[in-house]
Design a protein around this ligand. Structure first.
Ligand SMILES: C[S@@+](CC[C@H](N)C(=O)[O-])C[C@H]1O[C@@H](n2cnc3c(N)ncnc32)[C@H](O)[C@@H]1O
Length: 290
């Protein structure tokens, strides 16, 4: 197992140690939403509130896990993603864009020696910390750090056996730098598993939004209502399958497996939105080896 020496940014599982400072001006709680909170009239006139990923996921964090439970994407995606992992027994695994630890905790239960969840959003990490405390026995294995995949991840070069990046790439305007950074932290012989919203679904969502809102919403987005009642959106970006392939190749990785799971007939019958798109892939999952 590779060693992990950079512990400065750990979110301790006891929930009290937030070691890393939150100084990135791009991602700190920003003026945009402070303004909206202070001036409801402005919010109404704007209609939707577009939030940066850091701020948006901070807002979404308290209800993220409830949303998971009702969303067919996550069941389809996690089955396919977990099936792509190499043997994890004793391995070190970085879960980048870990959110509230949906996959990190499952990976720990699959026998990984060390799991380090990294995310941009301190509120998503705070939920992950609380879940780890409740899980009890996993606290020895799982740690949490704040980090930005668009900058430098808090890991030395070649320091983990496996990296996973689940349902996060579509929130990044460009995947090239993200793949380079993920590849940097993986040891030679290690693997990267990525999953994302399928570009077909994102294009469809963009078309729906354009039809509904005229020219206002050119990009797809993740939409939610905040605790304060704001109609919030986090912009997403469409990356094609060949974008992912090329980004992996340019980062020195070899594509080993790829899958595009579809909504099955049960989901198609249960969820109105997916009934219309029955047969369309919901997610893309790929494994690259270094
Ligand atoms: C849809 S959630 C997915 C969370 C988790 N991987 C899962 O599958 O449940 C996307 C996550 O990506 C994180 N994220 C977005 N941009 C990021 C970046 N540049 N660096 C690190 N994390 C990022 C968000 O904070 C959020 O927690």
């Amino acid at each position: 197992m590779s060693t992990l020496s950079d512990k400065d940014g750990d979110f301790a599982a006891n929930g009290v140690k937030y070691g890393m400072s939150w100084q990135s001006s791009d991602h700190s709680p920003n003026a945009e939403s402070k303004l909206i909170r202070r001036d409801p009239a402005l919010h109404v006139s704007l209609g939707a509130v577009y939030l940066s990923p850091a701020h948006g996921f901070n807002e979404l964090a308290p209800t993220y896990d409830q949303r998971l439970a009702g969303n067919p994407l996550f069941g389809v995606e996690s089955t396919a993603t977990l099936a792509f992992f190499p043997m994890l027994e004793g391995k070190s695994v970085a879960d980048v864009g870990c959110g509230t630890g949906r996959l990190s905790l499952q990976i720990a239960r699959m026998g990984a020696g060390a799991v380090i969840g990294v995310d941009l959003s301190e509120e998503m990490l705070a939920v992950a910390v609380r879940k780890t405390v409740r899980a009890g026995d996993l606290a020895e294995v799982v740690t949490w750090r704040r980090g930005d995949l668009l900058e430098r991840l808090p890991f030395p070069d070649c320091s983990v056996d496996v990296a996973v990046c689940a349902l996060t790439l579509s929130f990044l305007p460009d995947v090239g730098g993200a793949f380079r950074e993920l590849s940097r932290i993986i040891s030679p012989g290690g693997s990267l598993v990525v999953s994302d919203y399928h570009p077909h679904g994102l294009v469809q969502a963009r078309a729906d939004a354009t039809a509904l809102n005229g020219n206002k919403d050119k990009a797809p987005y993740l939409r939610f209502t905040s605790a304060g009642g704001d109609d919030c959106r986090i912009t997403q970006y469409v990356h094609t399958i060949s974008d992912l392939f090329r980004a992996g190749q340019d980062a020195g990785l070899t594509l080993r497996q790829i899958s595009e799971p579809v909504a099955d007939s049960h989901l198609a019958n249960t969820y109105a939105a997916h009934r219309e798109r029955s047969g369309a892939p919901l997610a893309v999952i790929a494994r690259f080896d270094k």
